[in-house]
Write a protein that binds this ligand. Sequence first.
Ligand SMILES: *[C@@H]1O[C@H](CO)[C@@H](O)[C@H](O)[C@H]1NC(C)=O
Ligand SMILES: *[C@@H]1O[C@H](CO)[C@@H](O)[C@H](O)[C@H]1NC(C)=O
Length: 441
Amino acid sequence: MVSFRSLLALTGLTLAAANSLPTISVKGAKFFADGQQFFIKGVAYQGTPADPLVDITQCTMDAESMAVIGTNSIRVYHVDPYANHDGCMDVFSQNGIYVWLDLDTFNTTIEQTAPTWTAEQFIAFTQVMDVFQQYDNLAGFWIGNEVINTLAGSPSAPYVKAAVADMKAYMAAKKYRSIPMGYSAADIAELRPALQNYLACGDDINKSIDFYGLNSYEWCGDATYQSSGYANLQAMSEGYSIPIFFSETGCNVGGARTFNDQAAIFGPDMVGTWSGSIIYEWVQETNDYGLVSYGSNGEIYGDNKPTPIQPDYSNLAGQWKTITPSGVAESAYTPSLSPPACPSSTAGAWAVNGNPPIPTLGSKIVNQAAANNKQIPTESPSAGPTPSGFTAETTVASQTGSQTSAASASQTSSSKPNGAERLGAFAGAPLAFAAIALFFV
Ligand SMILES: *[C@@H]1O[C@H](CO)[C@@H](O)[C@H](O)[C@H]1NC(C)=O
Ligand SMILES: *[C@@H]1O[C@H](CO)[C@@H](O)[C@H](O)[C@H]1NC(C)=O
């Protein structure tokens, strides 16, 4: 069924001006929209490498089905900045759904094995930002997804911060609204809490992230707050100075998918610290995490009606129906949180000592791009600080099972690491792994 609103969207008319969503902002460790705390009830929305925010008919069917179960956010990993997103962004806005979007794409992401933050990457990030900053329901940008998923990858963390610094400088130079910028982390026990703390540390908010997302598959089957490891995640996040939430969750092994972790995330132990979660994932792929399928023709998108996968879809709906956190009013919230200390390096573990200079491109290149000169400069930045205090040369251990998470399926056609592996990683138990084949498309 085509709704009135989607007809408007299809004809190029929009109700955006009249019905726009209040923009999301960060204060202290919480998100706010229209003066009230905002909690994420999200789904990851990307089944193929193709940009999912282009096909208005598909977006409309999906947005309406998401809205039925109380979804207020989607996470999108890769978009094509040259495509037109007005229709889909409007459809999601009309359905009360915000978008958390990666600035990187397949060939622009920072790589932990050979980290770079180049003018080419920067220009590509700005193209995504230029297009999406205009939408009221653009909630936040991800500077990277699971860039670092091994201990040996930790020397690349300053490159992530450099990207944050240049993208924040660009956002300010363009006078865009202050859109929160975050990082989505693989759940690697050995990197906790150093990575979480490093990305938020330091006294200059223009060089650190605004929110932290954790992709965690620790809560499987009949797990509990204690047995899942969530109690440990909570202990490591209490007092964190910026918002934190689950940027992927939804283990699919060890029994029925009950999504019982939602009750914990929004319950008394965690709701004061965490800002909600994003369920992995909306679209059914071969990895079997989907909440809907599009019929038997194997099409992931293609103007097909989403059919709920049961009981998962209804289980999630049932969880979210009981969850209506009120949170705090922005005016009543006066946080006095300090950024975490920058971790020291430890031999054989976290490799970045304190808060060394970060390899930004610097203001010359940023301002040039902001002045709409998007040509990629050939000269290397002269004014930028020389990275020191960490080494960019990485010797990432060969495939180490759960330590090497498969990138999100939206980046690959591989399976997610299963929850048992993640649990093993959490417990530091000896690990037995199925090789995770990565098929980059
Ligand atoms: C990424 O790939 C696209 C499409 O092939 C290309 O136009 C672009 O220049 C590439 N970007 C980088 C940073 O390599
Ligand atoms: C951060 O950036 C904003 C916008 O450019 C600027 O007003 C502010 O002074 C900067 N803060 C610091 C500590 O440099």
